[in-house]
Design a protein. Structure first.
Length: 337
């Protein structure tokens, strides 16, 4: 066991527990934005990082018309996201213009279930893909953002003490999407109760803990709830130094994950506007495959963009990567500065 620091220190503790590997491999993150904040316990360099994964398919061109209803709503600080039964397709950005999810929804029709949600933090306006944005899916590695946020929150409140090895674990699971690091932290700090505490505190009422508590990657999430997670993190759920630490880690995604998965897809495939990304992928809960891309985007972390995909397990991971990448392009190309 690593030495524990006193409450409020800048050290984290991580225990590697034999046999505690959890389900849910993870996806990409992309660097960019402001000058990085130093890591608190930098992970050692790893072999095999860099380059792209061979065998990526060419982006498909199939577009089917979809009858999904889209809705926009302005959020007051501290209120829950609620999508009214409207049919608007544009996210207003004042003088900066409009963002329209319609083309992305049309592209995604017939490519499994694709959930999209966008929040403009400057204007407080939220837009999503309607019913799919409330569709629960297995989280895969996206839940690592909640795990890290909850650990930092509890440490800031003096509920737990974190040491150097915890820092190393948090950094490894966000930068390299390291499952062993996530599993060790999960096992040491309460398992499913750690996830439940974060879901309850952040008001992620559409989401739920994994049915089998051994598998953190089987946490059920929705696109709307992931927006809540990021928005609360950016708006004060953590002390400022911890918030900036988290955002910095999300900006430093390794191109290749710890398990060898190519992370440069979806919101991580489109350059400098992406400030910080957390990806997720897994198979095969209930015969489905999941590939997710979530990000904080733009100057001053203006936008939160969430893309969750789910489709039949007979299709490869590349199928979900292609879907998430094209949906990301259709959204990011419209975002005003």
């Amino acid at each position: 066991m690593a030495d524990q620091a006193s409450t409020g220190s800048n050290f984290r503790r991580l225990l590697f527990v034999s046999g505690s590997e959890m389900a849910g491999t993870q996806p990409p993150h992309r660097a960019g934005g402001t000058e990085p904040i130093p890591l608190r316990h930098p992970p050692a360099p790893r072999n095999g990082r860099g380059g792209s994964r061979p065998g990526m398919w060419t982006l498909g061109t199939l577009v089917l018309i979809c009858g999904l209803a889209l809705a926009a709503v302005t959020l007051a600080p501290g209120t829950q996201l609620v999508t009214p039964a409207g049919v608007e397709t544009s996210l207003g950005s004042g003088a900066d213009g409009q963002v329209d999810l319609g083309t992305a929804v049309d592209y995604a029709a017939g490519r499994g279930t694709v959930a999209m949600a966008v929040l403009d933090r400057r204007t407080g306006i939220y837009l999503d893909s309607g019913d799919t944005a409330q569709k629960v899916m297995g989280s895969a590695s996206v839940i690592k953002v909640l795990l890290a946020e909850e650990l930092l929150y509890q440490a800031s409140r003096g509920q737990i003490a974190l040491g150097p090895s915890e820092f190393a674990g948090i950094e490894a699971m966000l930068i390299y999407s390291d499952d062993s690091a996530a599993s060790s932290l999960y096992s040491e700090f309460g398992g499913v109760s750690l996830i439940q505490a974060g879901l309850d505190r952040l008001g992620m009422t559409e989401s739920g803990p994994p049915e089998n508590p051994r598998f953190w990657g089987n946490t059920m999430i929705t696109a709307r709830d992931v927006v809540r997670l990021y928005d609360d993190m950016l708006n004060g759920s953590l002390p400022v130094d911890d918030r900036d630490y988290m955002v910095n880690l999300l900006r430093q995604m390794a191109p290749i994950a710890d398990d060898g998965f190519d992370q440069e897809f979806g919101l991580a495939a489109h350059d400098s506007s992406v400030a910080g990304v957390k990806q997720g992928w897994m198979c095969c809960m209930d015969g489905m495959r999941n590939v997710h891309s979530t990000a904080i985007v733009g100057p001053d972390n203006r936008y939160i963009v969430v893309i969750l995909t789910q489709y039949e397990e007979v299709l490869p991971y590349e199928y979900g990567q292609i879907t998430a990448t094209e949906v990301a392009r259709l959204i990011l190309d419209q975002l005003p500065g």
